[in-house]
Design a protein. Structure first.
Length: 183
């Protein structure tokens, strides 16, 4: 029995690590090409363990859909891998390990309610005086008065003649209800 020096053992481990990482680096390199741009935005290869590629997905729905496509993806990936004698045997998809890309988080825009087409900038402050209504008819009557007061002075929808926020008319040329019926 011969003993190996620490340098020899570390050298062997380094070679083994390079051999194990080479297929994974190829998978990372070709994932967007093989899977497609949309799928690549919702999935990310994590590792290869015992010839099984582990891929994180942004949702369980993506994981399930990609599971149905795994044979097709395996075929394409194995064609791109550097060692055809050492192919991947399976792909496992899971939401575990998913983290959204950092650059996309910063590009998200938040929209305030005042930018929505249905926003009414009438300056009307609706406050409750603390009194409770006795029954449902009285509550509905109170609500109807508030809605009527709020819609007073609004332009009318050309299709249904209902009071419509100006933003909706600018965006769809009709109220949101009529616009939804078109779609």
């Amino acid at each position: 029995m011969s003993f190996k020096s620490v340098n020899d053992i570390l050298g062997d481990l380094e070679v083994q690590a390079k051999l194990e990482q080479q297929p994974f680096q190829s998978v990372l390199k070709y994932w967007a090409e093989v899977a497609g741009a949309i799928v690549a935005n919702h999935s990310r290869p994590l590792s290869i363990q015992r010839h099984v590629l582990w891929v994180a997905t942004s949702s369980a729905a993506w994981a399930q859909n990609l599971t149905f496509q795994r044979q097709h993806l395996l075929l394409k990936l194995n064609q791109k891998l550097p060692d055809p004698l050492d192919p991947l045997v399976d792909i496992r998809f899971s939401t575990a390990g998913w983290q959204p890309p950092k650059d996309k988080e910063s590009s998200r825009q938040t929209v305030s309610s005042s930018q929505h087409p249905s926003y009414l900038n009438d300056g009307m402050k609706i406050s409750r005086d603390g009194t409770t209504t006795k029954n449902a008819h009285a509550a509905f009557g109170h609500w109807a008065e508030l809605v009527q007061a709020r819609s007073h002075g609004l332009p009318l929808c050309p299709q249904c003649q209902c009071p419509t926020p100006p933003g909706e008319l600018l965006r769809w040329q009709v109220c949101s209800v009529c616009a939804a019926q078109k779609f």
